[in-house]
Design a binder for this molecule. Sequence first.
Ligand code: FAD
Length: 409
Amino acid sequence: MKEIKSDVVIIGAGPAGAVAGALLAKNGWSVSIVEREMFPRFSIGESLLAQCMESLENADMLEAVKSAGFQFKNGAAFEWDGARTSFDFREKFTPGHGTTFQVQRAKFDKILADEAERQGVKIYYRHSIVSADIAENGAELIAEHNGEELAFQSRFVLDASGFGRVLPRLLDLDRPSEFPVRESVFTHVEDNITDSNFDRDKILITVNPNERDIWYWLIPFADGRASVGVVGEKEKIAAWGQDPEQILKGAISAAPELAKTLYNAKFDTEIQRIRGYSSNVTKLAGPGFALLGNAGEFLDPVFSSGVTIAMKSAELAAECLHRQLSGESVDWDKEFSVPLKQGVEVFKTYVKAWYDGRFQDVIFYQTEQKEIKGMICSILAGYAWDKKNPFVAAAERRLNTLVEICSAG
Ligand code: FAD
């Protein structure tokens, strides 16, 4: 069997894998990324958060992304039964980037992967990892390519395989998510939006007027097209039918404001569905490996936090791994899992509060208090690791106090 040796093997060339690979290559380590598909390939997860611009900058990828002509994004707008509100990321409490992009992931992920290659990473496309033998002193992964097997040997493995969840499956690390099984049905449309009140620079999140735990995204792209999708518990989604087109169109017509916005939209692309995407693991790292992005925990799409968490995990892991490969001893739990989970737990607090209605009450409350709005805005912009923000440092307590103020006011 052919053997390929490198310091680090990364499974998956999505945002987590590409960023981790580039950061390690920058530090002089040899990195092989083993990717099942050929790029460009479709992926869901198109609205970025401002925080992930920092990761792109650190991985020397920001200029390439900026020059690709993606739709500029400066915030998030929310609509619920006629009530409208919006957050401009530039008014956030936390210092740092205040704008980002809405991206067709096929093109975006290809740019990131090309940038990683430019920095010295070797990507093996159409290679699918099928088995793993990992120990503290080294690992061997077997990949399948055109019916043949190849052995990838390395000192450490980063699993960035997203929903493929390669190591959680092979090493039996899967743990059920705390969230119920939700489903999403989505597509790309030629949006033909003429409403002058519609702000293409923001993602629009619409809450279903009757069921507050059902919501829709509308993510405009730069080319007159948009991504549109609905999310809800699978039983509620099934109430619109079985066929994806019937579900998506039925769901949109149940949200009159969104239906009005999309009145002239041309549904010209296959409608897709994904179910049961929330997932968790028993641990994020072990001897010889760490899990990045969706291969670790995936919460929920509502705050568009997936790519941001994926890149943050890549940065934390690349830093730990650089030190370990240089001969330092690294406590992966203390230096990788705990700091990563700190931000993930903040998002989790707000995701739970979104679905039980508390955070929706806060979002739709018209506060004049700029400072508080700025702190909430920081969370929505992805700055969930900024402990100077009281809504990060004491998320649940601060949120509940704010909920009380909103219901009194
Ligand atoms: P991925 O981007 O999934 O990359 C994983 C790669 O691993 C893939 O290229 C895959 O081909 C490869 N792979 C898989 N198995 C193998 C194998 N066996 N061998 C080799 N390679 C393999 N996030 C946002 O930031 N914004 C959003 O607006 C957003 N919307 C979403 C909407 C929905 C409905 C869902 C479900 C998620 C959404 N997300 C969003 C989340 C986002 O899709 C993910 O968090 C993000 O893509 C994770 O990046 P990643 O690098 O971890 O994995």
